[in-house]
Design a protein around this ligand. Sequence first.
Ligand code: SF4
Ligand SMILES: [Zn+2]
Ligand SMILES: [Zn+2]
Length: 350
Amino acid sequence: MKKELCDPKNVIPSIDAKCTTCGKDAVYQNQGTRYCRNHFVDYFENKVYKTIQRFNLIEPGDRVCVAASGGKDSTTALYLVSRYCRKYKIECFALSIDEGISGYRDVSVDAVKNFCNVQGLRIYTFTFKDLYGKTMDQLRETMLKEHNKRPCSVCGVLRRRVLNVESRKLGATKLVTGHNLDDEAQTFIMNVYQGNMSHNAKMGPISGLRQDTKFVPRIKPLYLVSEAETKLYTQIKGFKLCYCSCPHSDLSFRRFVKGQLNELVKILPNAKYGIVNSFLEILPDLKRKYRPSVELGECETCGEPTTQKRCNACLLEEKLHSDLKNIGEKPKASKTRKKAKSIKTRSKRG
Ligand code: SF4
Ligand SMILES: [Zn+2]
Ligand SMILES: [Zn+2]
């Protein structure tokens, strides 16, 4: 049975303090400054727009695709990026992937379709079932029992390929993701724990800026806002969306690291900012150290960009011994675009 969306207005926390700027009841404080609802919204939106400008995430002539799942992060990214694009007359649309996670993704995909309807945004939807022939719910059992693989490691690889292939076919020059400060701090620490420092060289607010037309650069406008700030923003704005967690995420390494960092901020409140700012400082050095040794080619099976002979998605398909369908462009052109459901909703500017 489908879950209901939460009523965001019922869960806004209140703090026993007044806004530093106007003296109204505060809902948030950070580094000694307290914010009422209105001033928090200003603070949050300014931080996102400054991130877009500071890192040149969106430029005139871009065609921007937002990977929108219906969760709080990607919905916030979709809302703010689409407003930014309207202001500067830049094309923007949403792309949603339904991995087939019952009681979770079906709820959130409905939410993002409704959101796009209200905002007058075009949305393209794709499903794992159509593209690969199986849902994540079906793949989970095979992966765990026969391959000892965590669901997220498979889901992430398969989803990233869909995002790149389909956004490119739709003509996108930038692909927006809803990654926030918490996500980046977690990823950095995960790579450190696993000794994968070279993977950190590919991170940052913009990635995939290669001389390779098959790779759509990914941008992260929420890079410097925390998960808690994003959640509060969506609650104040009253977005109708899915706040629940994926039922498969309890098995993820990320969830473990997330728990560790959340414990850490209890004694060191700015730890996540510290990690991400330190990372940004060393990022140019990491890129210098690791980039020249990595050459990007094309997967010999599907033709997608990869630094290996075959891309991770193709290796995964082989490992799973499944009947997943290949969606790349080689050796024959994909037909998946025909399966995309494009919904152009009524025009209503938000
Ligand atoms: S939590 Fe893991 S399984 Fe669930 S949608 Fe995210 S990557 Fe996929
Ligand atoms: Zn105020
Ligand atoms: Zn491949």
